[in-house]
Design a protein around this ligand. Structure first.
Ligand code: ADP
Ligand code: MG
Length: 203
């Protein structure tokens, strides 16, 4: 289950990953985009971490809403509004509810729908959606709180973006030359679920 404390911890660990992997994410985006994804995510989540440190929150929905608003205003590029939408959808889906595996499944599903709508994209277009979709499936299938399994689903899906050709986002300009590279947003989405798997006390 998620509560205020461990949801904040989730965001803090995510921030640490983005700071650590800033150069790697940027190098991935240099291959298929404009080389700013690591900078965008590191800058944005640094702001998320300080907003969560300073604020006080009544429930999980509140924490995720703060993260959403901060990401939307501080993360640049296409990924800012996309991650902002995903967090806002998760926030709305758990408003006034205890976040167990079943509610979390709805949250990830809603985030996925939001991403598809916002990005006008579908599965298979070599975007972060290619991670969120199998994670949504995995959360639904497991039915219990299994963040390590969800992380594994995210990792496999992230790796599979390498062989896809991009048809959305900047990478689509490269056409077939986008094949053979990981999608930067798929990798940053994997880090988000990897972070969730190392949150303590969420069982
Ligand atoms: P920008 O492309 O504006 O430079 P970023 O580099 O921060 O923004 O983010 C790029 C990532 O955003 C891509 O790797 C991809 O995962 C995701 N992305 C880009 N366009 C879309 C879209 N239309 N739908 C879903 N995800 C997208
Ligand atoms: Mg970019």
């Amino acid at each position: 289950m998620l509560n205020v404390e461990n949801t904040i911890q989730w965001m803090m660990i995510t921030n640490e990953k983005y700071q650590e992997q800033k150069d790697y994410l940027t190098s991935l985006d240099r291959a298929v985009g404009d080389g700013d994804h690591g900078i965008n995510m590191a800058r944005g989540f640094k702001e998320v971490a300080s907003a969560l440190e300073e604020g006080s929150f009544s429930d999980v929905s509140d924490v995720l809403k703060k993260a959403a608003m901060t990401v939307m205003s501080k993360v640049g590029g296409a990924s800012g509004p996309l991650y902002g939408t995903a967090f806002l959808k998760m926030s709305t889906a758990c408003k006034g509810r205890d976040v167990d595996a079943s509610v979390f499944s709805e949250m990830v599903q809603e985030a996925l729908e939001g991403l598809k709508q916002r990005g006008k994209a579908e599965v298979g277009e070599k975007t972060m959606i290619d991670v969120w979709s199998p994670v949504a499936e995995a959360v639904k299938e497991e039915g219990t709180w299994e963040p390590v399994k969800w992380k594994e689903a995210a990792e496999t899906a992230m790796e599979a973006t390498e062989s896809l050709q991009a048809t959305k986002g900047r990478a689509s300009y490269l056409k077939e030359r986008s094949v053979g590279h990981l999608d930067p947003g798929a990798v940053s989405s994997f880090y988000l679920f990897e972070a969730l798997a190392s949150v303590e006390g969420a069982e």
